[in-house]
Design a protein around this ligand. Structure first.
Ligand code: ATP
Ligand code: MG
Length: 302
């Protein structure tokens, strides 16, 4: 790795470290300001965009090595309130990576088939293969977010009544922790992002959707209704971070009132994650080297 690249990686690590939570005990959501732009001034948008572009370029190289090595899989989980910018982050951060090595899954309200299974089932069957980056746009965390805020959803999950107790969410946190340890031990690197937008900024973005004909399609009356449960959601998110942060599966609570900053932080965290794997291209042995030399000779001799 060249020196320029090393310094980029160092910058990425520092930027991401600020929002990374390895141990959630005592975490308070109010410690993260949604309007924070870290080392960038509010009018430093261009600088952050440069950082994003550099991150994207680096990512594309790292992904190439991930794919060639074919040992690790990377799972990126995105959670957020509506209009926090999940889709844009996914689009921008992954813009440089080879589509062959990347899969995105969006998890909506579960179907009848999905409700006929345990809550991890649909996510488990969408996990990335070795060598790939998998993205979850929402995830099994909804089971401790929307389902917690709207407990009537829980009662529609076809669970045996004796298993639906007041401890169910505590149990789900334990199940998620165990699942993510299991993934880590099987070579799936997990990174989780909560894009933390403020209630005020969400209002602004909803109003834009109502006012701009090109954004009308994004508007959903249901989203405005969900806004009414804002505080309950924030409590639920805080608990998620407290209960499920771990060094092998950290949460990044990313300020999301400034889209350009959100994207730079996420790109930095993904670069840092891939970098930590010390990916190298597979080395070949003397026998394979001899084979390559032979193939070369035969091509040249044609
Ligand atoms: P966008 O609005 O940007 O297209 P989105 O992720 O908000 O993306 P929607 O179809 O609007 O997609 O919303 C998906 C909905 O599905 C969310 O309200 C989410 O809370 C809900 N959902 C996801 N998983 C579950 C679950 N396990 N149980 C119940 N509801 C869920
Ligand atoms: Mg939505």
């Amino acid at each position: 790795m060249g020196n320029g690249m090393k310094s980029l990686v160092k910058q990425a690590r520092e930027l991401a470290a600020h929002y990374r939570i390895d141990d959630g005990r005592g975490f308070a959501l109010k410690s993260i300001d949604p309007d924070d732009t870290g080392p960038f001034a509010k009018d430093d948008k261009a600088k952050a965009q440069d950082a994003l572009a550099a991150g994207v370029e680096l990512l594309s190289e790292l992904q190439d090595r991930l794919y060639a090595q074919d040992k690790w899989a990377v799972l990126l989980i995105f959670q957020a309130m509506d209009a926090a910018g999940k889709d844009g982050v996914i689009k921008h951060v992954m813009s440089g990576v080879n589509p062959q090595g990347c899969q995105v899954f969006s998890f909506k309200a579960p179907s009848a088939e999905e409700l006929d299974h345990d809550f991890l089932w649909r996510c488990q069957r969408s996990l990335p293969e070795r060598g790939r980056i998998g993205i979850f746009n929402r995830s099994y965390y909804e089971e401790t977010l929307v389902v917690r805020v709207h407990e009537e959803l829980l009662h529609r999950q076809n669970l045996p009544e004796t298993l639906v107790s007041k401890d169910i969410f505590t149990q789900r946190f334990a199940d998620i922790r165990n699942f993510e340890s299991y993934l880590a031990r099987n070579g799936v690197l997990v990174r989780k992002f909560f894009l933390h937008v403020s209630k005020k900024e969400q209002k602004k973005r909803f109003l834009e959707r109502l006012e701009d004909p090109e954004k009308h399609w994004k508007f959903s009356a249901q989203d405005v209704k969900e806004r009414g449960h804002w505080d309950a959601y924030m409590d639920a998110y805080q608990d998620v971070v407290r209960e499920t942060s771990a060094p092998h599966a950290p949460w990044f609570v990313v300020p999301a009132d400034n889209k350009w900053f959100t994207r730079a932080v996420v790109a930095a965290a993904v670069v840092e994650a891939l970098e930590s794997l010390e990916l190298t291209y597979p080395k070949i042995g003397p026998q394979q080297k001899a084979e390559l030399a032979k193939a070369r000779e035969s091509l040249l001799g044609e």
